[in-house]
Write a protein that binds this ligand. Structure first.
Ligand code: PFF
Length: 496
């Protein structure tokens, strides 16, 4: 497709909802409550809000301005800045692709739980059920050749949904699905929160959010945790904002849009945390389990703690349970849509395939890779992929983007793009953030992530990480070297 026929959002609301959908995901629902609780409760809001403003929104604006200005993929933009940088762009795109392959699997587990929640099929011992019946998990690579049928089927279903949406025209696919799923998602969360605050013992939970531990503010790790949550939750550095902004019509108000997206995303996670904490407070009240033992992160919270709660929340659990898993499902699907769009768009721009063909290719290859997470070794490998890709690779990508746009590209042009297209005007402080403050913060987060990941890893994990490092080094170089089929790809775009 030539750039003149390039897809465009049919309304600003489609763009905003798609952007919110890309940001609101598993990280908002099950990552945030634990991060909040273990980093000072109420006082965590201070570093969190500072991170949103100074770091999160600042970086999203860079991606918006670049995507909006160049209206093309990250790889073509980097190629135009300097041909040797094309491989760096493919590195970021490839990391996004690998993240998608395991993210899909977690959404697949949620799909299984959505079905089970109608009859509480996890039984009296959800912990054992999750590890043995759902995952059939082995804590080493030994189960890699044993496919777990239900996980395999659900992973296939999620990729099929991603393909079905991704191969359609932008507005008929991502635009339409976002317009339907996002409002439904907000209504579901509203119902869950409204119900959960009325539960006996709810206040044991939700007061934690508003009880500050001021001493936490002097701890550097708390500030890093706040920043890390913003990176994850706003999907920074994944070139999603850049891709979606490239479909914006010329009259869009960029800065205003970025603020709406960032605040909706954070508003969602804070509001949702009130519901999660209330439900956990109810559990402490009814079962006597200490609150701090219930606030776990990720899969443990969603697939073990919550099924346990639903077991004692009769009869409401037959409604709240399915709503809870549906909420994760919708949040997950809209993020999967965004992640796979980044990859399809890059393939489409370089190799000139149609939207349908690029989406098909991405989904087929993605599904093949995802099958390794649908084996008995799947959850073990997923943990390694997640730690490696999020802590090393993705943060490294954000750092590279800051350096490339802040230092190698004429940054003032981006300020111009934003100020020409917004009521809110950016001042020179933004440049200082992107050039100096953000890279330093990311570097600290990166060093901390590398250190903890390496400390926690066993020998096999380190070996898998080494293989991954080699793969994410070589594959992008191959993609950069492959000749473009789209004849416009090597045409210079204005980058000075
Ligand atoms: N922001 C989304 C979430 O919080 O789940 C999407 C996402 C972010 C997916 C980071 C994967 C990831 F590594």
């Amino acid at each position: 497709m030539a750039s003149s026929e390039k897809s465009k959002w049919d309304s600003n609301i489609a763009f905003i909802l798609a952007m919110i959908g890309s940001a609101v995901g598993l990280g908002n629902i099950w990552r945030f409550p634990n991060v909040l609780y273990s980093n000072g409760g109420g006082s965590f809001m201070i570093p969190y809000i500072i991170s949103i403003f100074f770091l999160g929104i600042s970086f999203v604006l860079v991606e918006y301005a670049v995507g909006f200005k160049f209206k093309t993929s990250l790889s073509k933009i980097f190629y135009s800045i300097k041909p040797s940088l094309e491989a760096v762009a493919w590195f970021i795109i490839f990391v996004v692709f690998l993240i998608t392959t395991y993210y899909v699997c977690v959404v697949g587990w949620d799909l299984i739980y959505l079905v089970l929640s109608f009859f509480q099929g996890w039984g009296a011992n959800p912990d054992v059920f999750f590890t043995t019946s759902v995952l059939n998990a082995s804590d080493s690579l030994s189960g890699i050749f044993t496919i777990v049928p239900w996980v395999f089927v659900s992973v296939f279903v999620i990729w099929l949904i991603a393909w079905f949406i991704g191969q359609k025209d932008l507005n008929a696919g991502i635009g339409k699905v976002s317009k339907i799923l996002l409002p439904v998602l907000f209504i579901i969360v509203l119902v869950i929160v409204a119900f959960s605050v009325t539960l006996p013992g709810a206040s044991i939970g939700y007061t934690q959010i508003f009880t500050p531990d001021w001493s936490a503010l002097t701890d550097l790790n708390v500030w890093l945790a706040a920043f890390g949550q913003i990176v994850f939750s706003l999907s920074l550095g994944m070139s999603i904002a850049l891709t979606y902004a490239s479909y914006l019509p010329d009259t869009s108000k960029l800065t205003d849009n970025a603020l709406v997206v960032a605040f909706s995303n954070s508003g969602f996670e804070v509001f949702n945390a009130i519901g999660i904490f209330s439900i956990l407070g109810f559990m402490t009240f009814t079962s006597g389990i200490p609150f701090n033992q219930l606030v776990t992160e990720g899969t443990g919270l969603a697939f073990v703690v919550f099924p346990n709660v639903f077991n004692v929340m009769h009869p409401w659990s037959y409604i709240i349970g399915p709503l809870f898993f549906l909420c994760i499902f919708f949040a997950g699907i809209t993020s999967v849509m965004a992640l796979s769009e980044v990859v399809s768009f890059a393939i489409h721009e370089k190799f000139g395939f149609s939207r349908k063909k690029s989406a098909t290719l991405v989904c087929i290859v993605g599904f093949c890779i995802s099958t390794i997470f649908a084996t008995s070794a799947g959850s073990y490998l997923l943990g390694i992929f997640d730690a490696f890709l999020n802590n090393f690779a993705l943060l490294f990508g954000v750092l590279l983007e800051c350096i490339i746009f802040g230092w190698l590209y004429n940054f003032d042009k981006l300020v111009e793009v934003l100020n020409n297209n917004s009521r809110i005007q950016m001042d020179p402080f933004w440049k200082i953030i992107i050039k100096y403050i953000l890279p330093v913060c990311i570097l600290c987060l990166w060093v901390q992530g590398v250190y903890t990941t390496m400390m926690d890893a066993d020998f096999t994990s380190r070996l898998v990480m080494l293989c991954l490092s080699i793969i994410i080094f070589i594959v992008p170089i191959i993609f950069a070297k492959l000749p473009a089929k789209n004849k416009d790809y090597y045409k210079p775009i204005e980058t000075e």
